[in-house]
Design a binder for this molecule. Structure first.
Ligand SMILES: Nc1ncnc2c1ncn2[C@@H]1O[C@H](COP(=O)(O)OP(=O)(O)O)[C@@H](O)[C@H]1O
Ligand SMILES: [Mg+2]
Length: 444
């Protein structure tokens, strides 16, 4: 611990001055500040005085009978007026340097550990009066006051170092957090893309299911017609009655009607699917009829709606042509209707979903999707558009549906979206978007 206490050059300079003045006032060749080292004692400061045999940073071994050793061991003042006249002192090592008189006091750290000594030595016999002794004590106290400062500085440095360490640790964990955040942001982007694609995926599933009926009907009819043709061919050889011929012809006629209807339905579905798929997979701007677009979307949602057992009614103003981005609008509608089917009616029973769309006086289009289900608790209302907010965690909820709605309405369609709900009274999502989207669509 003692070794860690470093004395800065500022203090050494100050003590040099003190020691110089001290040597001058005491009228001695040597004023010294000594510092104890393990096993040794070092001249830390030596007065710049004529005839001073001590040089700073000189070291002497301990246990050799030095004056200073006694001062440090007894922690008290030592006054040797003339070592040559003193049996105990006449052979001490400083006598070899001709320093025969000594006055010294110990220097102690604030925690009472020995720092060293401060002393004056002379080559002449000296009998110091009390005021000199008092003066030496004063100087000692001044230097020990500096020790307090040194110790405070050291403590500050240590706590500063630990602050720096803590800071480093914070910086590191900050970097870790940043990396984690980057990862989450990337993941979120990935999930958003996935959610958008899954809207398309559910459309694909819906369309395939929807096509099954007309194509299946068509197949069945075609094979009936085929077997009827085989029968009539046989009868033609054996001689066919007029009645059989008429039955065959009316059968073909009816079958063709049904076939035309089925294939027409299939062709319509394929056409709307083609449109939806193109719109959904691109951010294409075009003019489109509002009512027809809503009809196409509902056609693709047909199977999901029928499976849910709830009723969906759609009331769209006729003759409204939008010039905007149909893909995002379709995605919004699909997500809102799906949410109503999934979240609004958990207890089963017959629910109702009402979709309306109309043109407002300010040339915006207002679309609303309302249900008469359980509604959204007050506490959740502010959070439903947040990414990853879902009340169906682990049950297929991603919490991204309404986030996609919000994004598409605000950035692609340049409108706004609101939700109103009271528990038990259903939920209503209302969006208002420009009929003609502004140029320069917000980039995604
Ligand atoms: N029509 C609705 N009725 C009741 N709650 C709804 C309705 N639509 C959305 N919510 C609530 O909003 C939450 C967030 O919806 P969404 O972002 O689509 O995520 P997800 O459908 O994956 O849960 C849902 O978990 C649900 O709690
Ligand atoms: Mg959803």
């Amino acid at each position: 611990m003692v070794e860690q206490r470093i004395v800065s050059d500022d203090f050494l300079g100050k003590w040099q001055q003190t020691t110089n003045v001290m040597a001058d006032v005491f009228d001695v060749p040597a004023g010294l500040i000594m510092r104890v080292r393990p096993q040794q004692i070092e001249v830390l400061v030596s007065s710049h005085t004529p005839g001073n045999p001590y040089e700073a940073y000189e070291k002497a071994n301990l246990n050799t009978g030095l004056y200073c050793e006694t001062v440090m061991a007894t922690r008290s003042l030592l006054h040797v007026p003339d070592a040559l006249e003193d049996e105990h002192w006449k052979n001490n090592p400083d006598v070899a340097l001709n320093m025969i008189s000594y006055l010294g006091v110990p220097l102690l750290w604030p925690d009472d550990e020995v720092f060293g000594t401060i002393c004056v030595l002379d080559s002449k016999k000296r009998n110091y009066q009390q005021r000199y002794v008092d003066l030496l004590w004063e100087i000692k106290r001044a230097i020990e006051a500096d020790f307090q400062v040194i110790e405070q500085q050291q403590k500050l440095m240590i706590s500063n170092a630990s602050l720096l360490d803590a800071n480093q640790a914070l910086l590191r964990s900050n970097a870790d957090l940043k990396a984690a955040l980057d990862k989450i942001v990337a993941m979120q982007g990935e999930l958003l893309r996935a959610e958008k694609m899954s809207a398309l995926g559910s459309l694909v599933a819906g369309i395939s299911h929807e096509l099954n009926t007309p194509i299946g009907n068509g197949l069945m009819l075609a094979s009936t017609l085929k077997s009827n043709a085989v029968t009539i061919a046989k009868e033609l050889e054996a001689g066919v009655t007029r009645k059989h011929m008429q039955d065959f012809i009316s059968g073909v006629d009816q079958g063709a009607d049904i076939l035309l209807h089925s294939l027409g339905r299939a062709a319509d579905l394929v056409a709307s699917f083609k449109q939806v798929a193109v719109d959904q997979s691109s951010m294409r701007r075009r003019e489109f009829d509002l009512r027809k677009t809503f009809k196409d979307i509902l056609a693709t949602l047909g199977p999901a709606i029928r499976k849910s057992g709830h009723e969906v009614v759609c009331d769209v103003e006729e003759g409204v042509v939008m010039d905007s981005y149909p893909g995002p609008l379709e995605q919004v509608l699909v997500n809102l209707v799906n949410n109503a089917l999934v979240h609004a009616f958990p207890e089963g029973g017959q629910g109702h979903v009402t979709i309306t769309a109309r043109r407002l006086a300010d040339d915006r289009i207002e679309v609303s999707v309302a249900d008469d289900g359980v509604g959204i608790p007050e506490a959740n209302i502010a959070r439903v558009f947040d990414p990853f907010f879902t009340t169906r965690l682990g049950q297929g909820g991603s919490g991204l549906g309404l986030h996609v709605v919000y994004n598409q309405v605000t950035s692609a369609l340049r409108g706004d979206v609101q939700v109103e709900s009271a528990p038990g009274c259903g939920a209503r999502f209302t969006l208002r978007v420009p009929r003609v989207a502004p140029l320069d669509p917000a980039s995604h």
